[in-house]
Design a protein around this ligand. Structure first.
Ligand code: ZN
Length: 137
């Protein structure tokens, strides 16, 4: 079993509307869609880059984990997300291999995908997200 591809790299930004202008100019492409994820008190904007995307994540609330991240470390790379075929199987595999899972079970992320996070203490200080694409039925 292996990961399929880098789904996105997420960048924590103080203000999504300010940041999107800079990143749209940087990559020469537009934010495709913005979505609020109330669970995480965050608004995200996705900019497609080939098969992957940049995810700009701005807090909607000072208690959001993104707001706390920025408070501690400033704006910057927040997490790297890998697309996987079977997220439940990957979580079981990684748990057995001794990784610290933040989410033992997948939850709903942007786009309705199933997502789960791996704790950065297991992964060289990088917060890792796994994502399984919503299957079209
Ligand atoms: Zn993400």
């Amino acid at each position: 079993m292996s990961f399929l591809k880098i789904s996105h790299i997420a960048i924590a930004v103080e203000d999504l509307d300010t940041a999107r202008k800079a990143f749209e100019t940087l990559v020469g492409n537009r934010v495709q869609a913005t979505e609020e994820v109330p669970d995480q008190k965050v608004r995200v904007g996705m900019i497609p880059i080939g098969e992957s995307r940049l995810e700009l994540a701005g807090p909607t609330d000072s208690t959001s984990t993104i707001a706390k991240f920025i408070e501690k470390r400033g704006e910057g790379i927040h997490h790297v997300c890998f697309e996987v075929e079977d997220i439940k199987a990957e979580l079981a595999r990684l748990k057995a291999a001794g990784f610290h899972l933040i989410d033992e079970k997948p939850r709903r992320g942007a786009d309705g995908h199933e997502i789960a996070f791996i704790h950065p203490r297991s992964t060289g200080g990088v917060l890792v997200e796994l994502s399984e694409k919503k299957k079209d039925k």
